[in-house]
Design a protein around this ligand. Sequence first.
Ligand code: F6P
Length: 360
Amino acid sequence: MRKVALMTAGGDCPGLNSVIKAVVMSAQKKNIEIIGIMDGYKGFVEKNYVKLDKKSVYNIETEGGTIIGSSNKECPFHYPVDDKKVHYEDMVEPSIQALRKIGVDGMIIIGGDGTLDSARVIEEHGMQTIGVPKTIDNDMIASNPTIGFQTAVENAVEAIRKVKTTAYSHRRVMVVEMMGRTSGYLTLYGGFAAGADIILLPELEYDLDAVCEKVKEIMDGGKRYVIVAASEAAKEKGKDETISRIVKDSFEQKRYGGIAEKLSRQIEEKTGVESRPVVLGHIQRGGEPCTADIILGARLGDYAMNLIADGRSGFIVGAQEGDLVKTKFPKVRDARILDLDTNDVYRTARDMGIFFGVKE
Ligand code: F6P
């Protein structure tokens, strides 16, 4: 019986368990055994494996997170080894050999850019590998949307709707900070669907005075509150983005955070309208996946398993305009940029009067 290893790595998102279930169930039909690697590349290097069968995946598709854990810190070819003094070693080959020793001859790796970059390296070491893209940031070329994005938008919309009711009562400006790193997809789609008045994206540096003028205009026009949806990496013209911490050893070391706190104070000072910051944070990434992510996750998991069974390797599976596609692992980071010149949600939002932080 063939054995294939399955791993989730990078920041988690809703929909991962649906991929896991599809891989396990599809493998069963092909008489392939699935070995789960726990906690991403940490478990890969430290040989922490678990057998996954029908019973382990019963009903998991409706659960958020990932039953085999994840980590967004470890890189297997630059792995911290504590041998009296911490130093870094390339652990890819020994980790592959450990898997081969237990009979594994293929891998399905679910993750974002960093994870799939390491997957490419594993494939170059001769292990049959297929990648499955996931991220709430929706910034991977391989799939549009990526697994997790649609649920994160739903989560953000639900949260902002709650913020609106208290904003109304108190005549306040609520500055809602949203995830997405340097990609504005989540803030644009979530802010738009939730009815934000002002949306600030990393792709467009904002003018603080113009934002404050807009706040005054909205309040003077008789609306009792203003919702500002701000990407965590949004920045004022000529200023730096707000970084909350640096996570050493992580593929993307910067963690953004602090824009809502800063901007809310500035708006209150400059306009005299009371303001509060709200950081949506990991709420956007948590909870049950929406139906679309359950279906997308299952389709991509099954597709990955079929490619493995067909002996294919070195591909990332994805969906483009509803169709399943496969692309080769990119050699360099291949991020999908939110193109404001062509994105029609951005155009629609502008046509409907939503302000993006700069005067037209
Ligand atoms: O890439 C996914 C993401 O949720 C980003 O939107 C966010 O900036 C980051 O991960 C948060 O990372 P962590 O879970 O390490 O705080």
